[in-house]
Design a protein around this ligand. Structure first.
Ligand code: NI
Length: 167
């Protein structure tokens, strides 16, 4: 396994729309393992392949807080949504920014595992929020896109300033 570099907003590669995975091979397995390692190292609770500059529809999540429940979703689709819920979100690609976003309260996900076997999962609470956030990444969308223009501008300025300090 290997750590992969996480792209930071406003990197334009975060805006790419990911393609569906076509072959469930060893390369896909390695990508999933690397993404889990990268997510745990960060540390974070979810990571989309887009964030490590791989533009395929792959997501990893572990909301357990103790690395005990690693999940992966290949070609995930939200089949049904119920209700609405506001929750504070953050993102490994938007470091240091936490803002409240409104999303569906419950979702039914259709996806494939690393072997190409299809599965369904009902999710609510933090897991539901996380999967919606990660699928957005696959479509080139960030959680800050839901905020007001003014807030988005402030966040871009803050991140650009921090970026200059690291360079
Ligand atoms: Ni994110």
């Amino acid at each position: 396994m290997a750590l992969r570099q996480i792209l930071h907003h406003p990197d334009p590669r975060l805006r790419n729309k990911a393609s569906p995975v076509a072959s469930f091979d060893a390369e896909l397995g390695k990508l999933i393992d690397d993404m889990l390692e990268t997510m745990y190292d960060a540390p974070g609770i979810g990571l989309a392949a887009t964030q490590v500059n791989v533009h395929q529809r792959v997501v990893v999540i572990d909301v357990s807080g103790e690395k005990s429940t690693p999940l992966h979703f290949v070609n995930p689709v939200i089949a049904e949504t119920t209700g609405e819920e506001e929750m504070e979100e953050g993102c490994l690609s938007v470091p240091g920014v936490f803002e409240t976003v409104c999303r569906a309260e419950e979702v039914l996900i259709h996806a494939f595992d690393r072997n190409g076997d299809p599965f369904e999962m009902n999710a609510d609470g933090l897991l539901a929020v996380c999967i919606q956030h990660e699928i957005d990444h696959l479509d080139g969308k960030l959680f800050v896109d839901y905020l007001s223009q003014l807030k988005q501008l402030r966040i871009r300025k803050k991140l650009a300033k921090e970026q200059r300090q690291y360079d």
